[in-house]
Design a protein around this ligand. Structure first.
Ligand code: FE
Ligand code: FE
Ligand code: ZN
Length: 277
């Protein structure tokens, strides 16, 4: 069974997202925990959560992926910016417990000239402060394209962050197909080699979710421009091989392609047709 969904707006609450997901043939979805560009979070309604949880059980929804806002930078050189990242992430993790045992994804951040080593320390220090034994959420570092001074565009950098974390059983990776292709991992011509490298450096057991996107830009461009499935430089064939790979096919796949709901419905249908159980 292919577990697939897409990014949805959280504006109308959890139940609404669940209903939208089911209406487009999805069994999971991704949503922003708070305003992706500002950072404000709206109050969670206990009633909405209860309604959603029973809807989710009835409709066999699987693991969900929450996404931290883009504006947080856990490895900024500005202490106030880092403090905001920490407050937002710890509040997000508290809020995630309304819907326990799901996934929370964030961008490791940009080192803004401080260097990668310093950034890795800042990111892991922050994670060590926000993680606690009682959280049921798995926190995912997203693989990045390496634009500007982004951290996390190599498997080695992600591994170094994980190595510094005490409660590392709470940490996993979300692999973004557009980002890693832009970062220089050739999932089109050498998926096997890329996964072997991932396994050797990080461990495939850490891989918890896939952002399934095509890319508007060339291999190793270090740009971050998502394209609709089949219309980009990665192409439908490579993405179909990826969802069917024995090491990946059990994972939740989340589309972040430039689409409205009907476009997502079409992509989900296409991918389900090209998935072999
Ligand atoms: Fe992301
Ligand atoms: Fe992504
Ligand atoms: Zn992206």
């Amino acid at each position: 069974m292919l577990h697939i969904g897409c990014h949805l707006s959280a504006a109308k609450g959890y139940l609404h997202m669940g209903q939208e997901a089911v209406s487009i043939g999805a069994d999971t979805f991704q949503f922003f925990t708070r305003n992706p560009r500002g950072g404000n979070a709206k109050e969670i309604s206990q009633q909405d959560v209860s309604d959603f949880l029973s809807f989710s059980t009835q409709n066999h929804l699987t693991t969900l992926l929450a996404h931290a806002p883009y504006t947080i930078n856990p490895c900024s050189d500005n202490p106030q910016t880092r403090e905001f990242a920490e407050l937002a992430m710890s509040d997000d993790l508290r809020r995630m417990e309304y819907t326990p045992h799901n996934l929370y994804n964030f961008h490791p951040g940009s080192h803004v000239g401080q260097g990668v080593a310093k950034a890795i320390d800042l990111i892991s220090d922050l994670l060590n402060r926000v993680l606690s034994t009682d959280i049921t959420t798995t926190v995912l570092l997203e693989t990045m394209s390496g634009k500007g001074s982004e951290v996390g565009a190599t498997f080695e950098e992600l591994r170094s962050i994980i190595d510094n974390i005490g409660l590392s059983d709470k940490i996993g990776i979300c692999l973004d197909t557009c980002h890693i292709y832009s970062a220089g991992y050739d999932i089109v011509n050498d998926l096997e080699g890329v996964l072997e490298k991932f396994d050797k450096v990080i461990g495939l057991n850490r891989l918890k979710a896939i952002h399934l996107n095509d890319s508007m830009t060339e291999f190793a461009s270090h740009k971050d421009r998502h394209e609709k499935i089949g219309l980009g430089t990665i192409g439908a064939d490579a993405l179909i091989r990826l969802i069917n790979h024995p090491a990946l096919k059990h994972l939740p796949f989340l589309l972040e392609t430039p689409n409205e709901l009907d476009g997502y419905a079409q992509e989900i249908k296409f991918l389900r047709q090209n998935y072999s159980a």
